[in-house]
Design a protein. Structure first.
Length: 275
């Protein structure tokens, strides 16, 4: 049997393989995209939650944006001050971290407080329920309680308790995912040290609001008259607190007849007994 043709074929194929390999190596080297080592170092500082709070597509996108000068070194709210300082050291800048923001659920429409209009048997989703006659709760501003916010929180920092979402100050990173998800817009990012919060967004007239929820703001202005710092005013039927004036004395918390003003302290939701 003549093996010569086979040898020639193998030699030709081998030679072509070597040529194409060298060609691909040359092309790869020629068009190589150099990666700034700082991107890798910044990425290593991040937790990898990919929560999107920074406004970029995941932690990789944020790391690249920081090095490109398109994102601040303090942009990772989930990492907090420690992460910001580490990234600042890499980038050679000082990380000026502002007040820590946490999610506050501004509703006290628990199953014990709020009236029900009908029995809801649909999909357990706040967005779906809100589209079905506004949900089953009598108050159209109340937390619907199906936990859409719970599902999007990557840090297990918010849970539904007795029909209302409750956020944990200690584990909340202020990413804002729950804020965007809430169809009622009752969750807000608020500086943690702003402990006095009006837990009601119902703008109905006092009598109607109270009929819908026992803990609704009825616009009585008792808080206005009580506040020694002129920090509380009723606007559009709901008490609003001016953070620039509020001294967190707790007077409004004590005097509110429906107990819709709360004092958050050390991650716990409780109204202080000031008397």
């Amino acid at each position: 049997m003549d093996f010569l043709p086979i040898v020639y074929a193998v030699a030709i194929l081998g030679g072509l393989g070597v040529i194409f390999g060298l060609l691909l190596g040359f092309v790869g080297k020629k068009f190589e995209v150099k990666v700034d080592e700082r991107v890798t170092r910044v990425r290593a500082c991040l937790g990898g939650a990919n929560c999107g709070a920074c406004g970029f597509p995941g932690c990789d996108g944020f790391a690249q944006a920081v090095v490109d000068g398109k994102a601040p070194v303090t942009g990772c709210t989930a990492g907090g001050k420690k992460t910001a300082d580490a990234i600042g050291d890499i980038m050679g800048v000082k990380a000026e971290v502002g007040e820590r923001l946490v999610a506050r659920v501004r509703c006290n429409g628990t199953l014990d407080n709020v009236s029900s209009r009908y029995d809801y048997a649909g999909v357990k989703s706040c967005r779906v329920a809100a589209q079905l006659a506004g949900g089953s709760k009598a108050c159209s501003f109340a937390c619907l309680g199906f936990g859409d916010c719970v599902h999007v929180c990557k840090f297990d920092s918010i849970h539904v308790v007795n029909g209302v979402a409750v956020a944990n100050d200690d584990t909340c990173t202020g990413c804002g995912a729950c804020v965007e998800q809430c169809p009622r817009s009752i969750i807000a990012l608020i500086p943690k040290n702003r402990t006095i919060v009006v837990k009601c967004r119902n703008i109905e007239v006092g009598k109607i609001a109270r009929a819908q929820c026992k803990s609704a703001c009825i616009g009585c202005k008792m808080c206005e008259r009580t506040c020694p710092s002129d920090a509380v005013h009723v606007v559009n039927g709901v008490a609003e607190i001016d953070p620039a004036k509020c001294t967190r004395c707790g007077a409004c918390v004590v005097k509110c007849p429906t107990k819709c003003i709360f004092n958050f302290f050390e991650g716990l939701q409780e109204s202080y007994d000031w008397e």
